[in-house]
Design a binder for this molecule. Structure first.
Ligand SMILES: Nc1ncnc2c1ncn2[C@@H]1O[C@H](COP(=O)(O)OP(=O)(O)OP(=O)(O)O)[C@@H](O)[C@H]1O
Ligand SMILES: [Mg+2]
Length: 514
């Protein structure tokens, strides 16, 4: 062993001395020649995948995918491993340690992987100590197998690594916080996140199955459309407008989309954003695979670019100011909190159309509203909001999904009654769900279904009565007119049955029943 080190030291000494006396240019030539010689003799090829590509502070995607692939498929061969938590702490991800060598066999071809570590030659003293280490995975394979390794093995490793990482990754729900939140102007503080743990899926989402399938197909096509979007010169983004009455599942649909695609959700609260500059900063920080949500867009912004705060009524503002003065507090205006926002519709449109075009990555933007007719056409035109999805009142198909979710019922004799009643009244899936939910552990599925039917009958009565009253006041029909027209001029009709007859008459006349 001593002999080896003696020879090695002598070689090192000769090389260093040569380096000193030989001019740089000549030294380069010698180096190149030696490299050629080694290449000619060496039967192996090596490919290095650096963790931080030169000049970048971002971890290379390829390095990350290789790490996951090796950890998931080949870590049992290694004796030294690193362990990290994955999936938000739900599982442990293993990666091979520095200088461990492991082999992989792909279509009968053997390859070797090692992880190396180096320290960049720099005179700068780092405060971060070991962070300065540079790691790389080195793939070694026989020269004979170059085509298969470069041609297909590498893409197999990268795609499988990315797929595993995607499966393991815990999604996040981000919300924006105002710049004046005590965290100063630090841009990094603008988005806060928590683990995204919403149970909604497309399976549990109650809506017309054909419509649901259409949306799912659209999402799949979008995620696979990278090349297509590149070809047509469009940013890889898709806009969805979800509109419909409260409780019809707009927010639930967003959660189902996020779970389906495994994307992070960025819940953008426009009323907390100061101006277009802040909006731009927020947008730039959004990760590549994300759903950006602006809920109740009609309440967040209006076409003149003035934000609608919670207090849109001038009198309310005045009253609040007076109360503030009496309480010896600064008014909103004095604090600079007036309701005028500098976010404009054009600022919002610019970021939707422009900013992301430059920063490849798949992004979905979803607007929700209860009042689609209030939105500016510029905001929702196709190309910006590519798909308009109406979330409507509960239909029978949607009810069946809810009955399965809540009561584990796929069929029941009473389903026909529910079907008829749902045709006659507008009720949101949220209300149907509420009625189906057992109120105590002892409550049976039959009882819950009974509850729903009672509620539906009640809702029908109320709806018809509302309409009848309205029509009665509009047309001025008297009770006897109703009786005559209905041919039921009996006492009973006039007294006890009057309301019933009246309702039927008005309902038939004005087509209340659908
Ligand atoms: N289509 C649906 N499928 C399954 N559950 C639903 C559906 N719609 C509503 N729900 C249930 O009702 C609750 C409220 O629904 P959700 O918040 O999605 O309604 P929304 O349309 O976003 O209402 P809003 O317009 O008031 O924001 C949900 O938590 C869910 O349990
Ligand atoms: Mg909602």
């Amino acid at each position: 062993m001593g002999g080896f080190w003696d020879n090695f030291s002598t070689l090192l000494l000769i090389t260093t001395t040569w380096q000193r006396i030989v001019p740089d240019e000549l030294w380069d030539h010698i180096n190149r020649f030696i490299q050629k010689l080694v290449n000619a003799i060496n039967p192996y090829i090596e490919i290095t995948f650096h963790e931080l590509p030169s000049g970048s502070h971002m971890r290379s995607d390829a390095y990350a995918a290789i790490e996951v692939y090796l950890g998931a498929n080949l870590s049992q061969q290694a004796e030294r491993l690193n362990a990290n938590t994955a999936g938000g702490g739900r599982s442990v991800a293993l990666s091979i340690d520095d200088y461990e060598e492991i082999t992989d066999i792909y279509n009968g071809v053997k390859v070797w992987w090692t992880r190396s570590k180096s320290f960049p030659r720099t005179n700068v003293i780092s405060f971060y100590g070991r962070d300065e280490e540079r790691r790389a995975y080195i793939l070694k394979f026989s020269r004979r197998h170059r085509d298969i390794v470069v041609g297909s093995y590498l893409s197999h490793v990268l795609s499988e690594g990315k797929a595993i990482a995607k499966r393991n990754r815990r999604q996040r729900l981000y919300t924006n916080v105002s710049g004046d939140n005590g965290w100063g102007d630090d841009e990094k503080m603008m988005w806060r996140h928590v683990a995204f743990d919403h149970p909604a899926t497309f399976d549990t989402l109650a809506m017309d199955p054909e419509k649901k399938k259409d949306i799912m197909d659209d999402l799949v096509a979008f995620t696979k459309g990278k090349e297509y979007y590149r070809q047509i010169g469009k940013a890889w983004k898709r806009g969805y407008l979800l509109y419909g009455p409260p409780g019809t599942g707009k927010s639930t649909m967003i959660a189902a989309m996020a779970n389906f695609l495994h994307y992070d959700v960025y819940d953008l609260e426009l009323t907390a954003v100061k101006d277009n500059t802040e909006l731009r900063k927020l947008m730039i920080e959004i990760s590549k695979r994300a759903i950006i949500v602006i809920e109740d867009i009609d309440c967040s912004l209006d076409i003149t670019g003035k934000r609608r705060g919670k207090n849109t009524n001038e009198n309310d503002d005045d009253v609040k100011d007076i109360k503030d003065v009496i309480a010896n507090k600064a008014t909103d205006d004095e604090r600079g909190n007036n309701e005028e926002s500098k976010i404009t519709l054009s600022g919002l449109l610019n970021f939707i159309d422009g900013l992301w075009s430059a920063s490849g990555g798949e992004r979905i933007i979803v607007f929700t509203t209860n009042y689609v007719e209030r939105l500016d056409p510029a905001l929702i035109r196709r190309g910006r909001m590519d798909k308009h999805i109406e979330m409507s009142y509960c239909c029978f198909e949607a009810f069946k999904v809810l009955a399965k979710n809540y009561l584990k019922l796929e069929s029941h004799d009473e389903f026909e009654i529910v079907k008829c009643l749902l045709k006659e009244i507008d009720i949101s899936p949220a209300d149907v769900a509420e009625n189906l939910m057992p109120k105590s552990p002892e409550m049976s599925a039959d009882e819950c279904l009974g509850n729903l039917i009672t509620a539906l009958h009640q809702a029908k009565e109320e709806a018809v009565s509302r309409k009848a009253k309205k029509l009665h006041s509009e047309t001025g029909h008297t009770g006897s007119e109703v009786e005559q027209k209905c041919g039921t001029a009996s006492k009973e009709g006039v007294k006890t049955g009057f309301r019933k007859v009246m309702l039927r008459f008005l309902a038939e006349k004005y087509n209340c029943f659908r």
